[in-house]
Ligand binder design. Structure first.
Ligand code: MN
Length: 240
């Protein structure tokens, strides 16, 4: 904008944001955000500038419950359809603050396979909460494993005298797979991991995302699982 309309850009930066928004002794940033969001919503604006002001309102401390109340109240004065449109965008902006139950339901809507039941049997070998849904228990075992944000399994080895190991097919969310002394690999839906027998590794969710993968048990002879230590927080904490 600076090249196209330098005066407009200068007024925007120096006067609007420099002189008006900064008068915190008169009205706090939080209050200014409230006024701005309602003023833009009342005009029916749901463009990128409206999204910018919603993000700013969230940064200025307006909670998920408060913005819902603000838009509900304004709807009677500004117009019902304008509130509908604003709600759609606000829901996205405050998405991260949704209660855990809603996040789980959203993850389920993104995924073809059921999340299943809490994975209690393997809980001693996991950090955080995981869920298990058996898709196939004959011929080749196929299980949908779901990890809540921050959840991962311990380092472990799928042992086999012949064959064996595991294939992971990522179906929803974002996660990681890491082999011992190697870089962690970030995983997205559609990614496939061939985890050979005898290799020490772990898999799980990213710190801020739900994650699900199908785990296929590759047939082999003399197969067994060895569970080892939890993934060190200093290693996991570096992953985004
Ligand atoms: Mn594994």
């Amino acid at each position: 904008m600076g090249d196209f309309a330098p005066k407009f850009a200068q007024l925007n930066d120096d006067v609007l944001f420099g002189q008006v928004w900064s008068r915190e002794e008169m009205l706090s940033l939080r209050d200014r955000s409230l006024v701005t969001v309602v003023a833009l919503m009342a005009q029916g604006l749901v463009d990128s500038s409206f999204r910018y002001h919603l993000v700013t309102a969230r940064q200025n401390g307006i909670t998920r419950q408060e913005i819902a109340e603000v838009l509900t109240h304004s709807a009677f004065y500004a117009g019902w359809p304008k509130a509908w449109a604003a709600f759609r965008m606000a829901k996205e902006v405050w998405e991260e603050d949704a209660p855990a139950g809603e996040a789980k339901a959203r993850h389920q809507r993104e995924m073809l396979f059921p999340i299943g039941e809490p994975n209690d049997r393997f809980a001693p070998y996991f950090t955080g909460k995981s869920y298990l849904y058996p898709l196939s228990t004959s011929q080749v075992g196929v299980y949908n494993v779901t990890f809540e944000p921050g959840c991962r399994n311990n380092w472990h080895i799928h042992h086999a005298e012949q064959g064996g190991g595991q294939i992971l097919i990522c179906v929803a969310g974002r996660g990681y797979y890491q082999e011992w002394e190697k870089e962690a690999r970030e995983l997205h839906p559609g990614d496939v991991v061939n985890s050979p027998s005898g290799v020490k590794h772990w898999h799980g969710a990213a710190p801020d995302s739900w994650f699900s993968h199908l785990a296929l048990e590759v047939p082999g002879q003399g197969c067994s699982n060895q569970w080892l230590e939890a993934v060190d927080e200093t290693i996991y904490g570096k992953l985004g």
